[in-house]
Design a protein around this ligand. Sequence first.
Ligand code: NAP
Length: 290
Amino acid sequence: MTKNRVGLIGFPVEHSLSPVMHNAAFAALGMSDWLYDAMSIPPDILRYGLQEPRNHGYIGLNVTVPHKEAVMELVRPDAIARAIGAVNTVDFRNNSGANTDADGIVEDLRANGVPIADQQVLILGAGGAARAVVYGLARAGANLAIVNRTKSRAERLVSELRSAAGIDGIALMTLEEAADWGMSLIINCTSVGLHPHVNQSPWTHGLPFPQGVTVYDTVYRPANTALMRQCVARGGRAIGGLGMLARQGALSFKIWTGVAPPVDVMLRAAQAALENTARSRDENQIEVKD
Ligand code: NAP
C-alpha cells in the first residue's frame, strides 16, 4: 500500500527519467510505501495541478519545464530559489520551494573531479538552466563568462543575480571573444543539440574549438552531443548532463524523505532508461557534420 506519494509536474512529462530514477532509489532502500509518478499539467491549469496532488496527500513534487518560474507565485521559495528565479522542488508540508539544480551541477562536477574554484568557466545560454548553473558555479568560486544568442537575456540574468544574490564580475561575450578567453571548462546550458536536432552544436561550425578544455553538456538526450564530440576531437574531456539530473533528483529525494538516496542507483536507472529510448531511436549513431 503506497502511503507516501511524490511526483513531477511539467508539460509534457512523458519522456521524463525522474520516475524511473526515484522509484529505483525507493526500491534500493526498501521504501516500498513510497511512489513517484509524473503528471502532465498544461500551463493554464498550473494552480490546479499543484492543488490536486496536495489534496490527495502528496508530500511534494518536482517541477519542470515550463512551470519552474510560474510555480514561484504558488509556494514559498527559499533564498536560493529566489536568487535563481525558479523552483524545481516543492514540499507541501511547509509549502516551500527549493531549487536543487545549482547544487546538482556543482556536486556532479566535483564527483567527476572537475576543478571549479578560481577556474575560468564559460556558460553557453541564459535560460532557466543557465541561471541555476551560474548561481552554483559563482558560489563555488568560478570566474564566469556567458555567451547567449539573445544578449538582452544574458544582461538580465547578470543584473538579477547581482541584485538577488550579490553575484558580481560575470563577463558577457560573443562566441568569437570566448574562443580566445582561455577557459578550462565550457558548460552548455542551451537546448542546442537536444534530440531530435542531434547534429546541432552551440559552438558554431567554422569557429575553431579550443584545445584540451572540458565540456559539461547539461543536455543528456542524446548521451553524446555534437558539442561533446567537437570537444573530444580537440583533445578535451566531455561529460554529459545525466549526472546533474541524478544529483538534483537525489537532493529533492532528501528534502521529501530525509534520507540521502544512493545516487549511483539513480544514475544507473536513468542511464538504462535513456539507452532504451536511444536504441529505439538510434539517435547516438549520427555523426557531427563539420
Ligand atoms: P530555456 O530557459 O528555454 O533556455 C534555452 C536556452 O537555449 C537560451 O539561452 C536560448 O537562447 C538557447 N537557445 C535555444 N535555441 C537556440 C539556438 N538555436 N541557438 C542558440 N541558442 C539557443 O531552457 P532551459 O530550461 O534553460 O533548458 C536548457 C537545456 O538545459 C535543456 O534543453 C535541458 O537539456 C538542459 N537541462 C538539463 C538539466 C539536467 O539536470 N541535466 C536540468 C535543466 C535543464 P535565447 O535566450 O537566445 O533564446
